[in-house]
Design a protein around this ligand. Sequence first.
Ligand SMILES: [Zn+2]
Length: 110
Amino acid sequence: MFRFREILTRDAERLAFDEKKKAGDLRRRLDLHDEAKAKLESDLDDKVAACAHLDTYQPLIDDTPQCPRCWIWRARQEPMVDHGRQDQNLFKCHECGYFALSCLEEARHR
Ligand SMILES: [Zn+2]
């Protein structure tokens, strides 16, 4: 019976070791989950703040078009420069590369 007790004890130790290993894996997964959650919350805060920038966006300042992307993403006023030809007006932001075509009627009135 003494030997059987040792066998059962070793089985219990092996089972406990396996469970300890699984617990370690779960702790690591939870840590990764916490890091991912924190990143998602930070990204969410950035997106909510970006949405709020729309209220104060000024498409033109002193007749100079302002980049919507730079304003929405970073709340920065960046002028867009005209790179168009006679038949079209292509405005481009040198900061982020955003571009937009103005309407021909608008271009004629400028
Ligand atoms: Zn821009």
